[in-house]
Design a protein around this ligand. Structure first.
Ligand SMILES: [Zn+2]
Ligand SMILES: [Zn+2]
Length: 467
């Protein structure tokens, strides 16, 4: 008998972590993600493991996003010494993300401890340190897609391309117990089909138990052709009125897609003479990793790109400037018009984008374009909702810039993609939905039950399931 315990991303989107126990492989976890939203240092402190990290044999990591990987350093700190299985590209991205997260964590903790000191309290100890981050990479064992590997005498692991971000994987596990094989498939985060920089998610059909994400279980995305046209129109309008454009963007995946789209517009002669800036040291690092991996992508446009532009996204968009230092970022403020800036953070909760807003949001010539999911309570969501005034840096700003939202650039499958993917598992005995908020998950489960006669479990946090 094998048991799955859902420890995160159960009726919520973040904190992906599922404990799998079986005589065939002992204890392993699928993902080791952190919860996101609210105070970061508090969150890392409160995310405690509901198992003994020292007793764990392995971690199987679906992809590098922090809501799937962010607690790995804490896990190592608490005594985990086993292997972390992931794809090679995931390890490359993880290196950037975990060090970036460490930097932010240390800065926040230092600030909080200063406040404690002034109140006469003892400082908090860090939940993990740089040594733990380094140790994570010593425990990573990288795998290729579609190449089965024995992770115990009775268990085989195979990664398949999930098409979500670079290196993202669908996890397939074959467990042999009492001479019968049980197959578990975990979708990780599933990408969209026909996505510009990613392959399509692989379609599997055999499994006894399927775990699938359901982030956009209640929504369909606009198609990319329409979205690209919309982007071109917004840029052209802003150019006409001598404005500047600011695009808050996530560093992994989204920023690279934007460069690619802008490159396409440029190659087709549809882009005015914009001075384009990638104003995010992390996104610049990630773009280098993407450049190294472009050759494994199968999209026709990417093939064209790699043949003609020296395998680099920057080569595809010659007017792209990379801003690493704060001085390079601040120099953009002096440009009167024609600057197009991609900067973090994606939901405007921090990062350089807020400094650009400070200088530009109160001017009606400018445009802000939202290209990703904006969670409740973030500055991004507030702006999308259409407020006329915001507060930042202890100051009030009038929102006069044009606020636009483009819906077609998601890295997740929409409702139809999810239904198509799970429908292929004809003989599965159990289908389980994870990684979705209540509304999205319920809507997807209802549609699957009513229109496809497919019935899914929706476990709560901490629930156990035997198979
Ligand atoms: Zn993800
Ligand atoms: Zn996720």
């Amino acid at each position: 008998m094998a048991t799955l315990t859902f420890l995160g991303a159960a009726r919520e989107v973040t904190g992906s972590c599922h404990l799998l126990e079986s005589p065939a492989l002992g204890q392993v976890i699928l993902d080791c993600g952190m919860h996101q939203g609210g105070d970061a240092t508090e969150r890392i402190k409160q995310d405690n493991f509901q198992f003994d990290p020292a007793a764990l044999n392995a971690v199987i990591l679906s992809h590098a996003h922090l809501d799937h990987s962010g607690l790995l350093p804490k896990l190592v700190n608490r005594g985990f010494t086993g292997l972390i299985y992931c794809t090679t590209a995931t390890r490359d991205l993880l290196r950037i993300m975990l060090y970036d997260a460490l930097g932010l964590y240390e800065k926040d903790l230092e600030r909080d401890n200063m406040k404690r000191k002034r109140r006469g309290e003892e400082p908090e100890q860090a939940e993990y340190t740089e040594q733990d981050v380094e140790q994570v990479f010593r425990q990573c064992l990288t795998q290729r897609y579609r190449k089965p590997v024995a992770i115990s005498e009775n268990t085989t692991l195979t990664f398949h391309d999930a098409g979500h971000i670079l290196g993202s994987a669908i996890v397939e596990l074959d467990l042999v117990e009492d001479s019968t094989t049980k197959k578990l498939v975990f979708s990780g985060d599933l990408g969209k089909r026909n996505s510009i920089l990613m392959n399509d998610p692989e379609e599997l059909s055999a499994a006894d138990v399927v775990l699938m994400e359901s982030t956009y279980g209640n929504r369909e995305h606009r198609n990319e052709g329409d979205t690209l046209q919309e982007l071109q129109q917004i840029l052209s309008d802003t150019w006409q009125r001598h404005g500047n454009v600011f695009i808050p963007s996530f560093a992994v995946g989204r920023a690279q897609e934007l460069i690619f789209y802008l490159g396409e517009l440029h190659q087709q002669g549809l882009l005015d003479d914009w001075k384009i800036f990638l104003d995010s040291p992390m996104a610049i690092e990630v773009t280098k990793v993407y450049d190294n991996w472009l050759q494994i992508l199968d999209h026709d446009d990417v093939k064209k790109l790699t043949q003609t532009h020296r395998s680099s996204l920057e080569g595809f968009l010659p007017s792209l400037n990379l801003c690493v230092t704060p001085e390079e970022s601040m120099a953009i403020n002096k440009i009167e018009s024609g600057a197009l800036v991609i900067a973090g953070s994606g939901m405007c909760t921090g990062g350089r984008i807020r400094h650009h807003f400070k200088h530009r949001i109160w001017h009606s010539n400018n445009t802000i374009i939202f290209v990703g999911f904006q969670a409740n309570g973030t500055l991004g969501r507030i702006l999308v909702n259409g407020v006329k005034k915001i507060r930042m840096f202890g100051e009030e700003f009038a929102v006069k810039a044009d606020i636009q939202t483009l819906g077609g650039f998601s890295a997740h499958a929409g409702q139809k993609g999810l239904i198509d993917w799970i429908s292929r598992f004809k003989s599965a005995q159990h289908r389980i939905l994870v990684h979705g908020e209540e509304d999205a998950m319920q809507a997807l489960a209802e549609k699957l039950a009513q229109e496809h006669d497919i019935h899914c479990r929706m476990p709560f946090q901490g629930e156990r399931f035997k198979f």
